[in-house]
Design a binder for this molecule. Sequence first.
Ligand code: MN3
Length: 201
Amino acid sequence: MKYERIKLGYDFDALEPYIDAKTMEIHYNNHHAGYANKLAEAIETTNTDKWATIDELMINYQSIKDDQVKVKIRQFGGGLWNHNFFFPTLKKDVELQDANLKKALEQKFESIDNFKKEFELAANSLFGSGWVWLVKDQHGSLKIVKTFNQDTPIFLKLIPILGIDVWEHAFYLKHNSNKAQYVSDYWNIINWDLCEERFNN
Ligand code: MN3
């Protein structure tokens, strides 16, 4: 397969009790694999040789002529890209270091608590399926953005720092309809070291 899934890099139960093992297993083995497989199927007869990576594909696919293929790349390529970004962002017991990202967050949102409040508000108010992201724009400024379905922030020329999957499949087994609890649990499983790296790059 040309555009590959990332390895999960941790056990399904590594994020317990915030995300349960069964949810992680289904999310990674079924949903994520499904996006990768359906993308491969969708581009079987389309020449994507010039785009070696899923990043390049998602930034450039609009130049493909076939509208049906474009829709599928948007959906399944987006799903592959978003989850390749999301899973490594999750790790327990990592503190936000007193470094560049923290300073930028405080500058933009006044405090980390305030950033969390605004991020949670965006996630809890997202209607339907989608994602909420902390991104850096082309001027280096931080902002919170939503994308719907499997649209990616890189398509909008934004550099994602972290993101939360607010599709029901990401939380429903454990949290049921309590999306707000899933969103607030998320703060316990952020790999802030990776976010710092993304911010500095
Ligand atoms: Mn998902």
